[in-house]
Design a protein around this ligand. Structure first.
Ligand code: FES
Length: 121
């Protein structure tokens, strides 16, 4: 299955043709509905080992794979890959490497968790 993906890297849009390997060689039943995260994994493994993306739960729970997909910030692990899709970092000014953004600013902006005396007893 041949897919075309445009990835914004270092401020430059780069078009990639993603050749997904046959499903039976990948241990899955079908590529139908394969996620954007899966396509990025294939790109990293077959074309560019330096391609940056983040992935953890693969269920849309942790949000670590959030990126801008066709102009909307979404979790890449839950968005099905389709031909002609456009992928960018969620916030260009926070981009560290390709789709990976600096998250420590988000963590620091959270209110501290109050500690009660009973929790320390
Ligand atoms: S990997 Fe956790 S939401 Fe995508």
């Amino acid at each position: 299955m041949l897919m075309h993906l445009t990835l914004q890297r270092d401020g430059v849009a780069r078009e990639w043709s993603v050749q997904l390997p046959p499903a039976n060689e990948s241990g899955i039943a079908s590529w139908e509905g394969a996620s954007v995260s899966t396509a990025l994994q294939v790109l990293q493994q077959t074309l560019d080992p330096k391609l940056g993306y983040a992935l953890s739960c693969r269920r849309g729970l942790c949000k670590v794979c959030a990126m801008r997909i066709d102009g909307e910030v979404q979790t890449a692990c839950t968005v099905p890959m389709r031909d002609g899709i456009r992928v960018e970092p969620a916030k260009a000014r926070l981009a560290l490497l390709d789709t990976v953004v600096e998250l420590s600013l988000v963590r620091h902006s959270r209110a501290p968790i109050p500690v009660t005396s009973t929790a320390l007893d």
